[in-house]
Write a protein that binds this ligand. Structure first.
Ligand code: CMP
Length: 138
């Protein structure tokens, strides 16, 4: 079990000006911020990040959405980080997400769903290194 995961507050979350509220909810749930930045992803970076979804019909839309505005990638630490963070954000589709979850509170649709969370310890490590160099992490 790893203790790190990667969160991204997506462009819709930044546009809605709820970055502070989302970070407060994350830290109140017991996660510690180990790295964070406000940035724009390049098309190449978004394509590489979502490479695993390349064959999906929504891949182009997903990449375009992720580069439609700034994002806030956050490296988080907590015991059982991957599973606990996915529980905190709720289902991919906000209509299916449990009440009180970040997506239920802030996501508008399956495509514009406010936050990303890594789905495995292996991907968490890869995704954290996608955004952060060693000296940008605590
Ligand atoms: P995320 O957790 O970042 O990982 C993959 C993303 O693909 C997911 O969140 C959604 O934003 C997006 N996604 C999944 N299913 C669909 C869909 N049917 N249409 C558009 N985007 C989707």
């Amino acid at each position: 079990m790893s203790n790190r995961t990667l969160a991204i507050i997506k462009p819709d979350g930044v546009r809605k000006n709820v970055v502070g509220k989302i970070i407060a909810q994350i830290t109140e749930a017991g996660f510690t911020v180990k790295g964070m930045k406000l940035m724009r992803m390049s098309k190449e970076s978004a394509q590489a990040f979502y490479e695993v979804h390349k064959e999906r019909p929504f891949y182009g839309e997903l990449v375009d959405f992720m580069i439609s505005g700034p994002v806030v990638p956050i490296a988080l630490e907590k015991e059982n980080a991957v599973a606990d963070f996915r529980k905190l954000i709720g289902a991919t589709d906000p209509a299916q997400a449990e009440s009180g979850t970040i997506r239920k509170l802030y996501a508008g649709s399956k495509a514009e769903n406010a936050v990303h969370g890594s789905d495995s310890d292996e991907n968490a490590a890869l995704e954290i290194s996608h955004f952060f160099s060693r000296n940008e992490l605590l």
